[in-house]
Design a binder for this molecule. Structure first.
Ligand code: UTP
Length: 295
C-alpha cells in the first residue's frame, strides 16, 4: 500500500526557543529565506505525499496564511517583470500539496496531536513529519526513502540516527537487530524513553520522521484512556507496542537533520543552509572564514 497522506504536528508550545516563539510559532522560524515548516512540506510533497494535515493551535494561524494565496502581494509582484522570480516563490507556497489544518485544542503531547488526524487519515498508512525537525536530502527526500521501506515491508517505521552517548538520555534508545540484505533498515523490538545508563540499548534514537501503519489511532485512544489524568501518553508507547509485536522497523535515514526546537539547532540550520544557498552562499562562506579567523 502506498503512503499518500502525512500529518505535521505543529501545535507545541516551543518553550525551548522562547521568547522567539512567544508570538511566532517555532515552526515558522526561518532558515535563511523560508520558514522551517515550508522545508518540511516541500519534503513531503517531493516524496509523493498528496494530502498533508498540519496540526496547529491557538496563535498559529500564521502557518495557514503562509500556505494560502497572498492576493495583494501576488498581484503586485505579477505586475513587475523584474520580480518574476519572487512572484514564483510566493505563489509556489500555496501550491505545494493539498494542505489541511486542524487545531489540537489542548497541548497534551505528540500522541494527542497525531490523534487529531484520525478522521483525515482513515484506515491508511501515513507519514508523520515532526514540525520542528527539518531534514535535508535534496536528491532523495527522507520521507520518500521511508515510504519505499513501508511499501516493501508493510510495517511501522521510525526514522533514526545515532546520537552521541552523552546526549542519549535526552532522547530514546532503541533495541535493534540487523535485517539480512539491508544496510539501513533494522528490526526494532524495544524503545526506552530518556534512558538511564543501564537502559541504553543502542545509540539509535527516533528523530522526526515516522511511517505509521493502519490501526495506530485505536492504540493511541486506548493508551490515552488508560493514562491517569494529568499524565501524558507518549507516541513512544505506541512504537513499543508495535515493536513488541514484531511490527516495527528502524531506518537509519540518509539526510542532514536540524532541530528547530532548540537554539543551537536553529543556528546550525541557518549556517549550513546559508553556505549552500545560490544567492548568498559564496558571500556567506567568505564572511564565515573571515569571522573564524578572528576567533
Ligand atoms: P516537541 O516536544 O519538540 O515540541 O514536539 P514542544 O512541546 O513545542 O517543545 P518544548 O519542549 O516546549 O520546546 C515535537 C513536535 O510536536 C509538536 C510540536 O509543535 C513539534 O513540532 N507538538 C508537541 C504538538 O503538535 N502538540 C503537542 O502537544 C506537543
Amino acid at each position: 500500500m502506498k503512503v499518500k497522506k502525512a500529518i505535521i504536528p505543529a501545535a507545541g508550545l516551543g518553550t525551548r526557543v522562547l521568547p522567539a516563539s512567544k508570538s511566532v510559532p517555532k515552526e515558522m522560524l526561518n532558515i535563511v529565506d523560508k520558514p522551517a515548516i515550508q522545508y518540511i512540506v516541500e519534503e513531503a510533497a517531493a516524496s509523493g505525499i498528496e494530502d498533508i494535515l498540519i496540526i496547529t493551535n491557538r496563535g498559529k494561524g500564521v502557518i495557514e496564511d503562509h500556505f494560502d494565496h497572498s492576493f495583494e502581494l501576488e498581484t503586485q509582484l505579477a505586475g513587475n517583470p523584474s520580480k518574476a522570480e519572487l512572484y514564483e516563490s510566493v505563489r509556489k507556497c500555496s501550491e505545494l500539496a493539498n494542505i489541511y489544518f486542524i487545531r489540537q485544542k489542548e497541548t497534551k503531547g505528540l500522541a494527542h496531536a497525531v490523534l487529531a488526524g484520525k478522521s483525515f487519515i482513515g484506515d491508511e498508512p501515513f507519514a508523520v513529519l515532526y514540525g520542528d525537525d527539518v531534514v535535508i536530502n535534496e536528491q532523495d527526500p527522507v520521507t520518500a526513502q521511508m515510504c519505499r521501506c513501508y511499501e516493501k515491508y508493510g510495517k511501522g517505521i521510525v526514522g533514526v540516527k545515532a546520537v552521541p552517548e552523552e546526549l542519549i538520555h535526552l532522547y530514546c534508545s532503541l533495541g535493534v537487530t540487523e535485517i539480512e540484505g539491508e544496510s539501513r533498515l533494522m528490526n526494532c523490538w524495544q524503545i526506552n524513553e530518556k534512558p538511564s545508563k543501564e537502559e541504553i540499548l543502542s545509540l539509535y534514537a527516533i528523530l522526526g520522521r515516522v511511517i505509521m501503519p493502519p490501526g495506530v489511532f485505536e492504540m493511541i485512544e486506548k493508551g490515552i484512556a488508560a493514562t491517569p489524568e494529568g499524565k501524558e501518553f507518549y507516541l513512544t508507547d505506541v512504537f513499543t507496542e508495535l515493536g513488541q509485536a514484531g511490527k516495527l522497523l528502524a531506518y537509519d535515514f540518509d539526510g542532514r537533520r536540524y532541530d528547530m526546537g532548540n537554539k543551537l539547532g536553529i543556528m546550525q540550520a541557518n549556517c549550513e543552509i546559508a553556505l549552500t544557498h545560490p544567492e548568498i552562499g559564496e558571500k556567506f562562506k567568505a564572511y564565515i572564514k573571515e569571522l573564524a579567523a578572528t576567533l
